[in-house]
Ligand binder design. Structure first.
Ligand code: GDP
Ligand code: MN
Length: 376
């Protein structure tokens, strides 16, 4: 689970990392009051769980309390990359001398954490890494050692950060370990004109597998960052949204994972992961289809089923019934194989839906779904 900026900064504060004074509100009138309390001039910041708020106009300076109210009114309700702004943070402005980037991320491939740091903070780190890779330091962390002062010194030196940042690097690591985070990112970490080091932004992603021992976030259990994932979760579906154009439905997590790979191998991008599991009832199929079809990026859907304990005819029957319940607006490619496949294929054949076509192999069906997505 991702935290909002104001939640991340609350954690930072607990661990002794300095952040600007700020308050959160959903009301423009209250934004004015907060600005008054903070001394008049403030920064108004959209609270959404996505980056690039600055570029999108979600971070704005306000000259005085009246301006803070107007600015809050403009930012509240804004859409930033599909996230509607429901609250703003009103913060004391900081005179920035230099902006840095620091983060700890889980490097899944290496099975350890990685410190990423740069003296060129403020802009998105991916951009810095693309243009000037040498400006981004990547230092692996030994999990047994963690980030000691000497390790933090090594990170700071590799990135060209001033020695003053060493203390913050150690504290950020404590946040990561003690709060069970898989990502802690500060962009920008700044040196102010007065020479203080402050965290001006914060992103923290918690490890969902550790939620049971991080009780304070319990109330947010049902919260999903993506509206389609929230809808799918409410329907009890095992769905993860991705950013491609081929919708995927399969039975069994392993099969769905390899379906994603095969579709990617055909030069298309999967739009989601959806494992309908063993049951594959008409209801689950209809729910799955309706979630996938409400994703505007989806151009075609690939249903990949291997009949095991649940026979293909039962799955085909589910698809046929789902076709009556859901208005199919995109081409659907179905591959049925395994237990009772001929019977299942015949059932779908009989239904003769103009948007549905069957291909008997996984590779062939993936290729067809990719072609259909590209042709749209
Ligand atoms: P993001 O765009 O979502 O990463 O939002 P940030 O919180 O990082 O804000 C974007 C940019 O706004 C930062 O990189 C800063 O340059 C600038 N900014 C944010 N807060 C302040 C502030 O208090 N004073 C000044 N001068 N700039 C700020
Ligand atoms: Mn930022």
């Amino acid at each position: 689970m991702d935290l909002y900026e104001h939640q991340a900064r609350a954690l930072f504060q607990e661990y002794g990392i300095v952040v600007p004074r700020a308050e959160v509100t959903d009301s423009p009138k209250e934004a004015r009051e907060i600005a008054r309390r903070l001394g008049g001039r403030v920064v108004v910041k959209a609270q959404v769980k996505t980056g690039g708020r600055g570029k999108a106009g979600g971070v704005r300076l306000a000259a005085d309390p009246a301006d803070a109210e107007l600015t809050a009114r403009r930012i509240l309700g804004m859409d930033i990359k599909g996230h509607t702004v429901g609250t703003v943070m009103v913060a004391e402005p900081v005179g920035i001398e230099r902006e840095f980037y620091v983060s700890y991320v889980l490097d899944r491939a290496a099975g350890r954490f990685l410190a990423i740091a740069s003296a060129e903070g403020g802009t998105e780190i991916e951009e810095v890494a693309a243009v000037r890779p040498e400006a981004v330091a990547r230092v692996p962390i030994d999990p047994a050692e963690g980030v000691t002062s000497s390790k933090a010194g090594e990170i700071a030196e590799a990135a060209g950060l001033p020695p003053q940042t060493v203390d913050v690097l150690v504290r950020l690591w404590e946040v990561l370990v003690r709060e069970d985070a898989v990502l802690v990112e500060v962009n920008p970490l700044v040196r102010t004109e007065q020479g203080h080091i402050l965290a001006l932004d914060g992103k923290v992603t918690l490890d969902d597998n550790a939620r049971f021992r991080q009780a304070r976030w319990g109330a947010q259990d049902a919260e999903h960052d993506d509206p389609l994932e929230a809808e799918a979760a409410a329907k009890g579906l095992n769905y993860v949204r991705l950013d491609g154009e081929v919708g995927i439905i399969g039975n069994g997590a392993g099969l769905v994972m390899s379906t994603l790979d095969v579709v990617a191998g055909c030069g298309a991008r999967p739009a989601n992961f959806l494992d309908i599991g063993g049951g594959a009832s008409a209801q689950i199929m209809a729910d799955g289809l309706s979630v996938i079809l409400s994703d505007p990026s989806v151009k075609s859907v690939f249903v990949n089923v291997f009949g095991g304990i649940t026979a293909c005819d039962a799955v085909a029957d589910g698809i046929v019934q789902a076709l009556d319940a859901v208005q199919l607006t995109k081409p659907l490619v179905v591959r049925l194989d395994g237990n009772n496949a001929p019977r299942g294929r015949a059932l779908l054949e009989e239904r003769a839906h103009p948007y549905v076509q069957q291909i008997s192999t996984m590779d062939g069906a993936a290729r067809r779904a990719a072609e259909l997505a590209a042709a749209d």
